[in-house]
Write a protein that binds this ligand. Sequence first.
Ligand code: NDP
Ligand code: MG
Length: 376
Amino acid sequence: MKKIVILGSTGSIGTQTLNVVSSFPDDFKVVGLSAGSNLDLLEQQVLKFHPSFVYYHDHTDLHSVTELHGSRFTSMEEMASDPQVDLVMVATSGRVGLEPTLAALRSGKKVALANKEVIVMAGELITSLAEHTGAQLLPVDSEPSAIWQCLRGEDKDPLRIFITASGGAFRNRPPQELFEVTPEQALQHPTWNMGRKITVDSATLMNKAFEVMESHWLFGIPWESINVVIHPQSIIHSMVEFVDGSIKAQLGPPDMRLPIQYSLFYPQRVANYSLPRLDPLTIGSLSFSPLIPEQYPCFQVALDALKRGGTYPAVVNAADEVAVGLFLNRRIGFMDIYQLIQETVRKHTPSHQNTLEAIIEADFWAREHVMSIVRQ
Ligand code: NDP
Ligand code: MG
């Protein structure tokens, strides 16, 4: 039985992970749960799964708690590195998952990493740490999971990979029409039901720039071999081309429980009949079109900066996280997200030291810089 910690258990990936785990009561024991602000849901989860550890970020609500319904209060770092834990699902969103991921990797755990911002900020640091300690990094995001599944059993490096993108909420609208769009409109994703931040990142296509970076670090694929194609149906989750010209693709319904389950059981594949199945006869047609960079200015500015390496990725990530938060709180417009990221990247003096301190300093600087522009 695998002992599992789920960080961000109240979110979209967190609740879907618990849904998968509930289908396999003989295979998993939940030993840690953590949440940001949704205390009601966290309490329900604690009462159902009886974890040893619990963490709740807004714990000032609880007046000096030491336990919640019998589960001991601790930090996410501590539960992620506890000796009894086998697997850590990092399902937090944004920068908050960085230190717990590092703690789990330092302790040699299996780490199912949904929290892609952690790879964006510190790809080199976390992959080299995993190599050093023997910890296993397990992709969760559907596109890297598809690439992972296509690469399995192959002994030659792939020639090219094709990451698919739905195009997000505004895929048929030019950027000049997007100045007035509201958070509610940006949160209407055409094919996936996800947390708020990643849904806005999908509308700007920042999410796709992040997935290019995820694929680069998780599989060591050179930048020039990574392509992005628009595929509105979100049925093919990515494709890999090999030296002989064959292309493998992974297909599935747009339901994250499938890649989540693959990461939890890897290298096994298991049957779970509570998940939706894809009937090829009902799919209809699958279409592909090129990504037009002018339509997604965030994608291009982010990808250029991510490829420059050093502290640029941490800066892009931090600027995006703050800008998306401001947009969701109606403090800025949708197109300001791009302006703020571009301006912050332009002003950054990069460090090429690959240290946690340099990354955290750049993250801090970028957050402050975005806020200073907004306050002007
Ligand atoms: P959500 O916003 O739905 O969930 C985030 C989780 O993190 C919640 O449990 C939230 O708690 C918790 N959290 C937030 N702040 C803190 C904090 N300071 N301390 C502890 N916990 C905190 O995000 P998603 O589930 O959509 O996404 C999670 C990650 O997975 C992201 O990096 C995303 O890019 C990636 N991903 C998501 C996909 C999806 O389908 N959702 C698909 C592929 C990747 P609370 O709700 O209690 O505030
Ligand atoms: Mg994805």
